[in-house]
Ligand binder design. Structure first.
Ligand code: ADP
Ligand code: MG
Length: 252
């Protein structure tokens, strides 16, 4: 299998007036199928720019990028959009769910515009499977405002899954959530990854990065450190631990 992500000498310059910003500088990075990567670094270090290029939302100024074996460096905007729709699922900080639309319908949405069309029966099966993976089978008919923040983010994760992407990209997916809810969301990512789905997420929280398998720290547009997580945290165990702490606090 080819690497899911293969960046070679990726450089991105933004031109604003006569000022040039080198947002990403000569980054080379390989992510293999089944990896679970956290990208960290100070604000302005180039994390989002790198994620946008990785997600085929933007093209680098120079360098070569292959996603799942396909060289996207020279593609037109339309070709890039097509690759993006078939290969990448996105999860954002702000959930981006449609308000008057059930969890099930939100998850269905990406399939409505799919080419080639996805058969109705297949759509239903994929929605059921995705909601099951994020632990929300019993909430399929709820509207977003009937769900907690963590549940809403898990609907967004299910939505990112239904096109069966090679890669899930998440930019600060726990940025708006409290600790317990963040761990719950990391639990959903963990289950996806255990199923073999490759995940790259941006986070500025060191605690959250410890639920992944590999941590990359960016600085001034470059990769400063890149290492495997030694003692990976298990969301299920952490949630149980929090529950015990809370119960003993209630006893005193
Ligand atoms: P991070 O996500 O780590 O905070 P970004 O990738 O958003 O960093 O930004 C990296 C650098 O590029 C910053 O200096 C930022 O101001 C600049 N930048 C990002 N997007 C643009 C843009 N569209 N136009 C001009 N400069 C940008
Ligand atoms: Mg950012």
């Amino acid at each position: 299998m080819p690497p899911i992500v293969q960046l070679e000498g990726i450089h991105k310059v933004y031109q604003t007036g006569d000022v040039q910003v080198h947002a990403v500088r000569e980054v080379s990075l390989k992510v293999e199928p089944g990896e679970f990567v956290a990208i960290m670094g100070a604000s302005g270090s180039g994390k989002s720019t790198l994620m946008n290029i990785t997600g085929c939302l933007d093209q680098p100024t120079r360098g070569r990028y292959r996603i799942d074996g396909v060289d996207v460096s020279q593609l037109t905007r339309d070709e890039l959009a097509e690759i993006r729709n078939s290969k990448v699922g996105f999860v954002f900080q702000g959930f981006n769910l449609l308000a008057r639309t059930s969890a099930r319908e939100n998850v269905e949405l990406p399939m409505l515009y799919a080419h080639p069309q996805i058969h109705r029966r297949e759509q239903r099966a994929r929605v059921a499977r995705a909601l099951e993976l994020v632990g929300l089978s019993d909430r399929a008919d709820h509207l977003p405002n009937q769900l907690s923040g963590g549940q809403q983010q898990r609907v967004a994760i299910a939505r990112a899954l239904v096109m069966q992407p090679a890669l899930i990209l998440a930019d600060e997916p726990t940025g708006n959530l409290d600790t317990r809810t963040s761990i719950e969301v990391m639990g959903a990512f963990r289950r996806l990854n255990d199923e073999g789905i490759t995940i790259i997420m941006v986070t500025h929280e060191l605690d959250i990065a410890r639920y992944t398998k590999r941590n990359i720290i960016m600085r001034d547009g470059r990769i400063q450190t890149d290492r495997l997580v030694g003692a990976r945290l298990d969301p299920v165990a952490q949630l149980a631990h929090l529950r015990v702490e809370q119960e003993s606090a209630e006893l005193v």
